[in-house]
Write a protein that binds this ligand. Structure first.
Ligand SMILES: CC(C)(COP(=O)(O)OP(=O)(O)OC[C@H]1O[C@@H](n2cnc3c(N)ncnc32)[C@H](O)[C@@H]1OP(=O)(O)O)[C@@H](O)C(=O)NCCC(=O)NCCS
Length: 178
């Protein structure tokens, strides 16, 4: 398995995986299939665009040309918030779970954030009750700092979101890979 930054030619595979994710786990993602299926391929390509200091980076786990999982990182651009990045769009298809793909993606995303000058904090949100994702994040050094009630409207009800953060100044290689 190889973890790499995705680039525009991989947009169709990335789009397919994320549409599968939104459909299979409506509780876990704030975006819906209907919203995202309507976007042109250029939107997905733009998200994967290469550049020296991109606003967003999407990492993919690949094996033999197949995309096994993805995770995104978006960087704050405002002067007083550019020490923060957000982990988003984390997905590993059900048939590939439990092999360490998710962990490698999160660890690589943290390394990527650490490599960006000035970035100190990575934040994320995870739906309350999503034990697999919450445990994964905790194992990678994330800590809960709040619970947002009624965060996302889904299937006629609401789900809460747990807000988590990882202080890159307080984690090191040994804690992240155990
Ligand atoms: C969350 C998700 C990305 C995990 O991917 P994965 O490749 O199966 O995760 P890994 O195999 O790397 O597991 C890493 C750690 O996460 C934890 N974990 C993973 N699945 C778990 C589960 N079902 N229950 C409890 N802990 C779990 C474990 O601590 C595991 O490490 P361990 O096996 O050494 O104990 C995957 O389940 C997924 O895509 N879920 C649906 C979409 C989603 O919820 N995305 C997150 C949105 S915030």
């Amino acid at each position: 398995m190889n973890i790499q930054r995705l680039s525009p030619p991989q947009a169709p595979a990335y789009r397919a995986l994320m549409l599968e994710a939104y459909a299979a786990h409506p509780d876990a993602f704030t975006s819906s299939v209907a919203e995202r299926v309507a976007l042109p391929m250029s939107w997905w390509e733009a998200r994967l665009a290469n550049g020296p200091a991109p606003r967003e980076v999407v990492l993919g786990a690949t094996e033999g040309g197949s995309l096994l999982g993805v995770a995104g990182l978006s960087f704050e651009t405002r002067e007083k918030a550019c020490h923060k990045a957000t982990l988003f769009g984390m997905y590993v298809p059900a048939s590939l779970r439990g092999r360490g793909v998710g962990r490698e993606l999160v660890v690589t995303a943290l390394d990527c954030a650490r490599a960006r000058p000035g970035v100190r904090v990575v934040q994320l949100t995870v739906t309350s009750g999503n034990v697999a994702a919450q445990t994964l994040y905790e194992r990678c050094g994330f800590v809960t700092f709040g619970l947002e009630p009624l965060a996302v409207a889904v299937d006629g009800g609401f789900v809460s979101k747990r807000h988590m953060w990882c202080d890159l100044g307080a984690t090191d290689e040994s804690t992240r890979r155990t």
